[in-house]
Design a binder for this molecule. Structure first.
Ligand SMILES: C[S@@+](CC[C@H](N)C(=O)[O-])C[C@H]1O[C@@H](n2cnc3c(N)ncnc32)[C@H](O)[C@@H]1O
Length: 313
């Protein structure tokens, strides 16, 4: 598969462009390059003094980013997870100088559409689900070696799956006969295990989401990514985060809320307003895509954007 064989339609493009409040000669970071849809939007607002650092843990995404970087000297690409962003940008000497940082979370359409990556329950492929297939445990290995109770806990915690125990039991029973190797095999085991089917959702949706989150350690990555991003930002620098499910959005919301309060004093202690120095300010409300965007791009339906600005400390 060639890295540029599949397209990704970026979501909430205008809202991200406005929310980042892009300075033409500023320094920006796209933590989730994908196929570069949002990066291109940032670049069209930068002059030749501007700089864009892009990151992705997926080698195919970084292959596309490197192609962009060879034609555009404002761009520098890094193959790294969120947990490595700070270290890389510390070497670039931009800590505290970044004007805007974007996270467009989750997986890209090229990852979902490529059967080899194993993210989709509707296309036959090997059960992999690693955003970076060069490191870590694949979904297949995890699924075939984990305890039933662990599988059930993961499905409940990361998929909010109410039939987690039934599905975990069915997985363990099935693998006594033969290992589970493909996406469709797993999807069928789940469909057979659940007592009834929601008309609007494939029964494997939540299980696939849960396994993907676990395999890529997505929630911990997000927590680390957000706090590292805060350290990288300049005063008045903007943070923009697009999430696609409630577990992600909850982390983003709490992070912004906590740093917006930054009130270390006990609740009943009277404090003067100038003793509380918020580190972040939420900009506007939660942004959802307009209906017309969801009609054109169904993936946009679950997207939620939050914007925050770093305050003077
Ligand atoms: C929704 S796509 C981004 C699409 C991109 N905004 C575009 O317009 O093409 C998410 C991307 O983030 C990457 N990603 C997700 N979690 C990551 C993490 N913890 N570290 C680095 N990259 C991550 C995925 O590999 C994927 O390519």
């Amino acid at each position: 598969m060639k890295a540029d064989e599949y397209e990704h339609a970026p979501v909430l493009v205008n809202e991200v462009e406005q929310g980042l409040n892009i300075q033409a000669d500023g320094i920006y970071v796209d933590c989730t390059f994908g196929r570069g849809g949002h990066s291109k939007v940032i670049l069209r607002n930068l002059n030749d003094k501007g700089k864009l650092f892009v990151f992705d843990r997926d080698p195919e995404a970084i292959q596309v980013a490197n192609q962009l970087a060879t034609h555009d000297s404002r761009v520098k690409a890094f193959h790294s997870a969120f947990s490595g962003i700070f270290e890389n940008l510390e070497s670039e000497k931009v800590v505290g100088l970044v004007n805007g940082i974007l996270f467009d979370l989750g997986v890209s359409s090229p990852q979902i559409d490529d059967p080899q990556r194993g993210f989709s329950f509707s296309i036959s492929g090997e059960l992999d689900m690693r955003m970076d297939p060069t490191s870590g445990l694949s979904a297949r290995d995890w699924l075939n070696q984990s305890e039933e109770s662990e599988i059930s806990n993961v499905l409940r915690q990361f998929g909010e799956e109410k039939f987690s125990r039934r599905i975990a039991r069915a997985i363990v029973e099935h693998r006594k006969i033969k290992p589970i190797l493909t996406t469709l095999e797993l999807a069928e085991i789940i469909s057979d295990a659940v007592p009834y089917v929601d008309k609007h959702k494939h029964p494997a949706t939540r299980t696939f989401q849960a396994i993907r989150i676990l395999i890529n350690d997505e929630l911990e990555e997000l927590k680390v990514g957000l706090s590292e991003a805060y350290k990288l930002l300049a005063v008045h620098g903007r943070l923009a985060v697009i999430s696609f499910h409630s577990l992600e959005d909850r982390i983003v919301k709490r992070f912004i809320r906590q740093l917006s309060k930054n009130d270390p004093y006990p609740q009943d202690l009277p404090v003067k307003a100038d003793q509380i120095k918020p580190e972040l300010k939420q900009i506007g409300k939660l942004i959802r895509p307009p209906d017309r965007e969801c009609e054109i791009n169904p993936r946009a339906r679950s997207a939620r954007l939050r914007i925050a600005e770093k305050m003077a400390t």
